[in-house]
Design a protein around this ligand. Structure first.
Ligand SMILES: [Cu+2]
Length: 124
């Protein structure tokens, strides 16, 4: 009795392996299930423009390692509280949140006043 059960189990396992081995069709659910994880990058720059109606901030920022080079561009800010923290001409650091095609700024921190002197003398 025990050997018969074992034999059946083995046969089913073998059949299962063959079936999965032959099917090369990609699983449809894998595509839908891949909700990309949120990535975060540190940004450092100057506020060049504020659009309160769209809640978009234009930042002249330095290179963001592993993400993009130095440029001036607009970023949406999702959190109104975060948007109200910044003003034209501010030297800031912020976090760029990236999730798939979605990208926005948050976690604004005004750069300390002494940082201005540091940037002029600090040549990397
Ligand atoms: Cu950019």
């Amino acid at each position: 009795m025990r050997t018969v059960t074992l034999f059946l189990t083995m046969s089913l396992l073998a059949a299962g392996l063959l079936l999965t081995g032959c099917s090369s069709a990609p699983k449809a659910e894998e595509k839908a299930a891949s909700k990309e994880a949120m990535k975060q990058y540190q940004l450092k720059g100057e506020i060049m423009g504020l659009d309160a109606s769209q809640r978009v901030v234009t930042v002249k920022h330095g290179a963001i390692e592993g993400f993009m080079g130095a440029m001036t561009m607009g970023y949406p800010v999702k959190d109104p509280a975060e948007f109200s923290k910044i003003a034209m001409g501010d030297q800031i650091t912020a976090t760029v949140y990236v999730s798939g095609d979605d990208m926005y700024l948050g976690n604004f921190q005004k750069a300390p006043p002494q940082a201005k002197d540091a940037t002029t003398t600090d040549k990397k």
